[in-house]
Write a protein that binds this ligand. Structure first.
Ligand code: G6P
Length: 612
């Protein structure tokens, strides 16, 4: 949700800032802007409605230069996407601010500032921040002091970057709730919403903590904690390369990331499936982990979006393969709901980014209320969820740029299956089954590779969806969440309204929608629920519905005029939900490309939702 980047260097920083924005565009792309202190020590700003490319065009037409600057790509919350609402926001032509997050008490602050004579040019919550700093930045008061006094009055979540004419040698950054990293170059320093933004200029980072503020100059930087004391934060060297977030030979990041799945799954399994003690793939205090495995009575999973679907899939595994009950809930509901106190609950968050505001808030609530332990399944080491949880089980998918999540999802399923096996291994009688599942997992990358080879056929199938307005996705058992994920992918990127149903529920409503204009997608491998599913599919066919099936040979369903089938290899049952995800991803991708939507940056969405 909005990306911010800032730089302080001896060279012109516009190129660094714009490249940083390009890499942060997955966080929001309604508008973009940049502000620098120019060589006359004056704040200069350029903003554009739309994507970063629009900003680049404007900058090419009317270049600005400076060696200290801040920049922003926006996902609108307060105020429609419009140039006047784009960041950086400026006060009195002397202070510029970029902001990621939400200032909850902006309305009373706005009233106060209007009473003081400030004119607001935007409808954003951010503009109060810059005017507030303006009221406080007086002779004898440094920019850092003014920013710190201002943030004391703010409620909400924010990461800020601030520059000012009056203090041109300083760039101030603050983190409270929203993510912010400090990048360390040689004699130059940067801020970014994540490391991706800064990888072209450095691989040395400091992950700021909540309440931290940074005073950055060309000579170095000082970090202050929330009580104002100077603190040292560890410097981390990232192995990620700026190439990881380049498109390479692919037309879209989504397609690249779909094709990266065999490697991403392999990397998530690497060094783990062979472990004599599988539990050691979970990072955290070993003694506490021992206690957790002895005392666990229940699993509670919370997540958002695609990550929620991986949690729903895992519930089927945990409850059918262990003696533990497992609840799964979206974080935005869980965080505001009272839950009765239960003992022995392992609280699991699942998140690609590790920064999703609702998931973080749910974790915070659980920590306050108390639970056996907290564990996150996450793709970003050093993310807030990873740092705030007792344990982490990392997915190793590499950076995911496409807004529609693909490789993060399948690697989450892999991690969740490893976790299920760990939980199964608490009972010696599960030894053979858990060994079998681990052996199956080793085959998974090759099977995914095989399924990817059906891309052309899936693309052909996608043609039938181009002029459709609605689609139904059906699955049963642990394939119901996979159908949900398939429907989410289609609606996110092709804008076709898609719903998923457990196939047995068709007759309780959705059947009324079925006609020849409603494509029905079903995942139909040969499992113990296949016969039930087949009856449900007959219900659809006899009402004129056209079926698009993903099934193996053993399912014994034959292609007919209103039944189109993509054959998926016969695979062990434990791998089915993971493998059947792949063709659904490809189907949505091709439909979106046919429809000409912006696949990697679908309208109104953002990859990382760091606001409520
Ligand atoms: C956004 C993204 C989704 C993602 C969800 C949860 O909605 O567009 O792709 O699944 O956030 O994100 P997380 O990083 O917590 O998995």
């Amino acid at each position: 949700m909005c990306g911010i980047v800032g730089a302080m260097a001896q060279r012109d920083v516009i190129g660094i800032l714009v490249e940083g924005l390009r890499r942060l565009e997955y966080r929001g792309y309604d508008s973009a802007g940049v502000a620098v202190i120019n060589h006359d020590r004056i704040v200069e700003r350029t903003r554009a409605l739309g994507k970063v490319a629009e900003l680049e065009t404007k900058l090419a037409e009317a270049p600005i230069f400076g060696s200290a600057g801040i920049a922003h790509t926006r996902w609108a919350t307060h105020g429609e996407p419009a140039e006047r609402n784009a960041h950086p926001h400026i006060s009195n032509d002397r202070i510029a601010v970029v902001h990621n997050g939400i200032i909850e008490n902006y309305e009373p602050l706005r009233e106060e500032l209007i009473a003081l004579g400030y004119n607001f040019e935007s409808e954003t919550d951010t503009e109060v921040v810059v005017h507030l700093i303006d009221t406080l930045l007086k002779p004898g008061v440094s920019l850092l002091e003014a920013v710190n006094q201002a943030t004391k009055k703010l409620r909400g979540a924010y990461a800020l970057g601030v520059i000012a004419n009056d203090d041109p040698e300083h760039l101030i950054a603050v983190r409270q709730g929203s993510p912010l990293v400090l990048g360390l170059g040689i004699g130059e320093y940067f801020i970014g919403s994540d490391i991706q933004a800064l990888l072209p200029v450095t691989n040395r980072f400091i992950y700021l903590e909540n309440g931290d503020s940074v005073d950055m100059t060309l000579a170095g930087f000082t970090i202050f904690d929330e009580s104002g004391l100077v603190v040292e934060r560890p410097i981390k060297e990232s192995l990620a390369s700026s190439m990881d977030s380049d498109l390479g030979e692919y037309r879209h990041f989504m397609l690249k990331e779909i094709y990266e799945q065999p490697a991403a799954i392999q990397n998530t399994l690497a060094g783990r499936v062979e472990l004599s003690d599988l539990r050691s793939c979970i990072s955290g205090d070993k003694e506490l982990l021992e206690k957790v495995f002895n005392e666990i009575r229940e699993v509670q999973i919370i997540a958002c979006g695609t990550s929620y679907h991986s949690g729903l899939t895992a519930r089927y595994w945990i409850e059918s393969l262990t003696d533990l009950p497992c609840n799964v809930e979206v974080a935005s509901e869980y965080r505001y709901r009272r839950q009765p106190k239960r003992d022995g609950v392992l609280f699991i968050t699942i998140s690609q980014s590790g920064e999703t505001a609702d998931s973080l808030a749910a974790l915070e609530k659980v920590k306050q209320e108390g639970c056996l332990a907290t564990l996150t399944i996450c793709n970003v080491p050093e993310s807030s969820l990873t740092r705030e949880s007792d344990f982490s089980l990392m997915t190793v998918a590499g950076p995911e740029i496409g807004v529609a999540s693909t490789k993060a999802f399948t690697t989450q399923l892999v991690a969740l299956q490893l976790l299920t096996i760990c939980l199964m291994q608490r009972d010696p009688k599960n030894e053979a089954k858990s060994l079998e599942m681990l052996t199956n997992l080793k085959r998974l990358p090759a099977i995914v590779e095989q399924v990817l080879q059906q891309d052309d056929m899936i693309k052909k199938m996608g043609e039938a969806f181009i002029d459709k307005h609605h689609a139904l996705f059906l699955g049963r058992g642990d394939l119901y969440p996979i159908a949900m994920e398939g429907a989410l992918k289609l609606k996110e990127i092709s804008y076709i309204h898609a719903e998923a149903y457990p196939a047995g529920e068709l007759k309780h409503g959705p059947l009324a929608l079925v006609d020849s204009e409603m494509p029905i997608v079903a995942v139909a491998p040969n499992t113990n629920l296949l016969e039930k599913l087949k009856s449900n599919l007959e219900e659809v066919r006899s009402r004129g519905g056209v079926l698009y099936l993903f099934a193996d040979e053993k399912a014994e369903i034959t292609e007919q005029s209103n039944i189109h089938i993509i054959r998926v290899p016969e695979i062990p049952e434990s791998l089915i939900p993971i493998v059947y995800t792949i063709p659904l991803q490809l189907l949505s991708y091709h439909v979106a490309v046919f429809k000409g939507t912006d696949v990697d940056k679908p309208r109104n969405l953002a990859k990382s939702v760091t606001v409520e």
